[in-house]
Design a protein around this ligand. Sequence first.
Ligand SMILES: [Fe+2]
Length: 265
Amino acid sequence: MGNGFLRILQVSDTHLFADRNKALLGVQPQKSFEGVLDLMRKESGKIDFIIHSGDLSQDYSEPAYIRIAEMLEEFKVPVYCVPGNHDDPKVMAAVYPHAAISNDRHIITKNWQIILLDSHKPGAVEGYLDHHQLNYLQHCLHTYPEHHAIALFHHQPVPVGSRWLDNLGLTNADEFWKIVYEFPRLKNVLFGHVHQEFEKVFNGIHCYSTPSTCFQFMRNQDRFGLENLPPGFRWINLHDDGRLETAVVRTDKYIGVFDEKATGY
Ligand SMILES: [Fe+2]
């Protein structure tokens, strides 16, 4: 904001319940998210917009979707989101736009475009980009061929190194990558779902995930487990010349009781 670049905050996997006191795996998602918001407040006045990369609600309830939109309103910037596997896109479409959160799926600025896609697959944990989503991606990239581009959706399109989690990623990633390779200005892909910080250059494309605002999955494991790492968010600076800088910021400590024996959720 006035710094010569755009600054975005990415939050992910808030998993809020209608009941703000309800806990999941030793963590109250509401309380943990509030801890991350405290950290985000240090960014106030410097942010251009916020993007939530899915799993807004654990119980896909209207009160949870309404509350998160109202909690993010204090930043006074537009907030965009995509549905995750735990979300109900129909409920989201009925609730949004509300408070800070809009329904827009295309962020376009002077030099950049961010294309938000829906990888939610009804009744499944894994993800899928149907032909509407893939056509939309292609359409945006065709329409603004000179804009530096980012694709953002919930499920990981690349393996992150954990067998159980990589079985639950984007199942038609090949179709997605085929389109990406046709458009040289699309150099960055952002996602959530994996509840961990991850960065990898995949065939020349930079792939980034963001930690959850509640519990984190143990990295590089065959089976589900939690990792004793604090929640956080990712900041992203977009420069006019196409450069992207980014890093993850975390709270001082785990917010809740770390459940080292958790076997799933
Ligand atoms: Fe999640």
